[in-house]
Design a protein around this ligand. Structure first.
Ligand SMILES: Nc1ncnc2c1ncn2[C@@H]1O[C@H](COP(=O)(O)OP(=O)(O)OP(=O)(O)O)[C@@H](O)[C@H]1O
Ligand SMILES: [Mg+2]
Ligand SMILES: [Mg+2]
Length: 451
């Protein structure tokens, strides 16, 4: 199969694209966040395009490796007929950038357009709060060859968008998914609003098209819709030719200038894109690609990692940041930034672990205390009485005591009952108040029981 995507995500700006209405419509009552301009009333004159939206789009295009197109960007009117668009046309820019690449998928172009309103047939209304919010649209070449590849691409794209700081997340995404198989024309599945949805729609559509071909039925070019509740696609309309949108330049909107200097400033200031950072971490720090991906999942976490590895072994740091740190912040339903955990705290904790001042188990407990806690891990460990790993003599004494005092568990162990060992380890932990290392204890117990 061949798959190409058109992805729309809202840009992060304070005001709408052509008026001063604010863009925060989440909990607003329907149609409370509107003006004649974003309602597209006849005669209402749009303001010049929002500069922040253009800057954001340039940044994203650059992060996707695009060439930034001509210096002048203007808006076109793209005509179509749907209740969410009261003027009958959507204002959409010519390409801001093109010829980019992400994960081996070529980016055909990146441009800006205005979000339409939301038609709510069940309420019998159109809500225009969303109307006029700037969207970025990213169009790929048909380079993806499986639903998995499309999913992988979308995940990486969302990461790049989050890194940019100029776009909102997957929650505002609407993707059109184009898919064809050899011997057939493409189907375009419109308006899918999650990565999972895109994946499911592609899986369904691949099977449907293969079955048609098998039965010798011609696959026509058509536009389909995805029914999320049933995970299937259904026909919307046939599309024999390219749709006629009657594009014309919008006479109400002055062209926007993106001067060379401005582009270069954005290029200098933009963050290193997530996919490039991932590869660099593998190369520079010798950590696995899987670990690098998890660590670069969030820009602040990646930055913290680079700070931490100035004094801690990268593999050791990656292991703890990937497994324990991520587990703790996930459990607290936070991201790394919200957790307020600092690189200094991580270094302090990992240093104690490396110097064997605390056990791995104690380290995990300290990690659990870190979110929104500005104390140093060494202080926390002290308070919890976790410092000072018990030396081996004391553990060995505890091992002998436990073996003597629990003849039943010992005979269970000789009979091969799995739980017996865990019970014995638990008893040693109890006596040493959790300071013994479980792995060490296991070895000592086994040795003791062999004699
Ligand atoms: N044979 C194909 N199989 C799968 N995808 C394809 C194929 N040919 C083109 N595509 C994809 O279809 C999309 C074409 O989008 P484009 O916006 O250019 O045209 P459109 O769908 O006709 O326009 P619109 O979406 O505005 O109605 C691209 O993402 C491209 O990669
Ligand atoms: Mg579009
Ligand atoms: Mg399309």
């Amino acid at each position: 199969m061949k798959c190409g995507l058109e992805i729309h995500v809202q840009l992060e700006t304070d005001s709408k694209l052509f008026c001063t209405c604010h863009t925060n419509y989440k909990d607003a009552p329907a149609n409370s966040n509107i003006c004649p301009v974003c309602l597209n009333q006849p005669g209402a004159k749009p303001y010049p395009p929002n500069k922040a939206a253009l800057d954001g789009a340039i940044k994203i295009a650059l992060m996707l490796g695009c060439e930034i197109s001509p210096e002048v960007t203007y808006f076109q009117r793209k005509h179509y007929d749907y209740p969410d668009l009261s003027s009958g046309y959507q204002r959409t820019s010519i390409p801001i950038g093109d010829q980019g690449e992400l994960n081996g998928v070529r980016i055909y172009d990146v441009h800006i357009e205005e979000d339409p309103g939301q038609y709510k047939p069940d309420l019998g209304i159109v809500d225009f709060n969303r109307s006029g919010i700037p969207l970025i649209e990213i169009v790929t070449e048909p380079d993806m060859k499986s639903p998995e590849e499309a999913r992988k691409f979308l995940r990486e794209l969302i990461r790049v968008l989050e890194y940019s700081g100029s776009a909102r997340g997957e929650g505002t995404m609407r993707a059109d998914v184009n898919i064809s198989i050899e011997g057939g024309k493409r189907a375009e599945i419109k308006n899918i609003n999650s990565i999972k949805g895109a994946y499911k729609a592609l899986q369904f559509e691949m099977v449907r098209q293969k079955n048609l071909l098998k039965r010798g039925i011609e696959i026509k070019q058509e536009t389909r819709a995805f029914l999320e509740s049933q995970m299937i696609t259904v026909p919307m309309r046939l599309k024999e030719e390219a749709e006629d949108y009657r594009y014309i330049p919008d006479p109400d909107l002055p062209p926007m200038l993106a001067e060379k200097d401005r582009i270069e400033t954005i290029r200098k200031e933009m963050p290193e894109p997530s996919h490039i950072k991932t590869d660099r971490f593998v190369r520079e720090y010798g950590i696995s690609k899987d670990n690098a991906k998890v660590i670069t999942s969030e820009l602040d976490l990646a930055d913290a990692f680079e700070e931490v590895v100035k004094s801690i072994d990268p593999e050791f740091a990656a292991l703890w940041m990937r497994d324990e740190l991520k587990r703790v912040i996930y459990y607290n339903k936070m991201n790394f930034k919200e957790s307020e955990i600092t690189p200094a705290q991580i270094v302090d904790l990992l240093q104690m672990l490396q110097d064997k001042k605390i056990t791995a188990k104690a380290g995990k407990r300290v990690m659990e205390k870190l979110p929104k806690n500005h104390e140093m891990p060494s202080q926390i460990a002290e308070k919890l009485g976790l410092t000072g790993v018990v030396d081996e003599d004391i553990v060995l004494k505890a091992v002998k005591q436990v073996v003597n005092e629990n003849p039943e568990a010992v005979s269970d162990y000789y009979e091969g009952k799995k739980n017996a060992m865990n019970f014995l380890i638990g008893q040693v932990m109890r006596i040493t108040r959790g300071k013994a290392d479980p792995g060490e204890t296991h070895k000592l117990l086994e040795a003791e029981l062999k004699e």
